[in-house]
Design a protein around this ligand. Structure first.
Ligand SMILES: *Cc1c(COP(=O)(O)O)cnc(C)c1O
Length: 359
């Protein structure tokens, strides 16, 4: 959270204008600031990342099958299904848990209209291979970049890949607006369309052209974003120190794998995922989860279960078809990660993890 006084200063004008929502001054300010920060010409704000994803899928006029990953948060597949599209799951790569381009290619049929990959934990997908597949098959690419705020590869922002990228500004993300989200997109013509979709499809004082929803970010959330953005570099630097400590401690432990950023990548240190190979480590992920829980440490099985194993999808899909994703879901644990986590606590957490393995 930003300093309290700073937020109060930011929202003071709202008491004078009484302009609380419907694309006011803070909304405009945040959109401009994000264009600069994400180095992208086109940004549209939303109430949350999920509505942003639904909206862009709808605005692109997609119909048919969408190739996506089961190793993600519910939102990714739900957005596809709720827009009347058919999710088709492709397996992920062992190396970084992002969707495997070779598996995407196998999943394509004449009905495929788009690919919705996820930059899981802020690990960037193989964006070049994915774009190549999309170009050859005439498909749209919409990234779920909920985890990838501020991530860059060779100086190119995560917001620049594909036809569009959705970012989430939920309270739990690296950059937050309490609840919030945005779509960054390539075609500038989409700006008006997205603004209309997020406001009931209203196109003029007496015109309603689309069956739109209501997904406008309000002024208080936008003000939170304007403030938080000023402190983001500091936040990420602190997270980096925490991540480095975890990695130093854990990457030498047999059977434990961490995700160091790939060469040329500027990471955001959003999560601290760790993969436990039960054979080499001598204990399972669930053993580590239980040991941490007993020590009062809240780790998360993120992502477990796979989306294809949710009650609402498992009668249609089988996780047998995505064996790598299924294994990752069984072996991954995300450890506590936030800017103000003391390094002494990181050491304590790593001690618990290490001793579980030796047992
Ligand atoms: C957080 C998240 C979302 C949804 O974002 P909200 O802002 O919470 O609606 C979508 N996909 C992934 C991978 C996420 O982590």
């Amino acid at each position: 959270m930003p300093p309290f006084e700073e937020y109060c200063e930011e929202i003071r004008p709202l008491w004078e204008s009484h302009w609380l929502t419907n694309m006011g001054e803070e909304h405009r300010k945040l959109e401009e600031a994000l264009k600069e920060r994400l180095r992208t010409p086109n940004v549209c704000l939303f109430t949350n990342g999920h509505n942003a994803l639904e909206c862009i899928l709808e605005a692109l006029g997609l119909h048919g099958e969408v190739v996506t990953t089961p190793f993600s948060f519910a939102s990714t597949t739900h957005a596809i299904a709720r827009k009347g599209l058919t999710p088709i799951f492709a397996d992920v790569r062992e190396s970084d848990c992002t969707i495997d381009p070779e598996r995407i290619e196998e999943a394509i049929t004449p009905r495929t209209c788009a690919i919705v990959p996820v930059h899981v934990y802020g690990n960037l997908c193989d964006v070049d291979a994915i774009q190549d597949i999309a170009d050859r098959h005439g498909l749209r690419v919409v990234y779920d970049a909920a985890h990838a705020f501020g991530v860059e590869r060779d100086g190119v922002s995560a917001a620049a890949f594909g036809d569009a990228s959705m970012f989430s500004f939920h309270a739990t993300k690296v950059f937050n607006t309490i609840e919030g989200g945005a779509v960054c997109f390539r075609d500038p013509a989409l700006y008006d369309t997205l603004n209309q979709w997020k406001n009931f499809g209203i196109t003029g004082p007496e015109d309603v052209e689309y069956i739109g929803g209501n997904a406008k970010m309000n002024e208080f959330c936008a003000a939170m974003g304007v403030c938080n953005l000023r402190h983001l570099d500091e936040e990420v630097a602190k997270r980096r120190a925490v991540a480095e400590r975890y990695w130093e401690r854990l990457e030498t432990v047999p059977g434990v794998r961490v995700f160091r950023p790939a060469p040329g990548v500027r990471a955001n240190y959003a999560y601290l995922p760790v993969i436990f190979d039960p054979e080499a480590f001598g204990a399972t992920r669930d053993d580590v989860f239980d040991a941490l829980d007993a020590a009062g440490v809240g780790a998360r099985k993120y992502f477990y279960p796979l989306i294809s194993d949710y009650a609402c999808y498992r009668s249609i899909y089988s996780s047998d078809r995505t064996p790598v994703a299924r294994r990752m879901a069984a072996q991954v644990l995300t450890l506590p990660m936030y800017a103000d986590l003391p390094l002494a606590d990181v050491d304590r957490i790593c001690d618990v993890v290490e001793s579980t393995g030796r047992n």
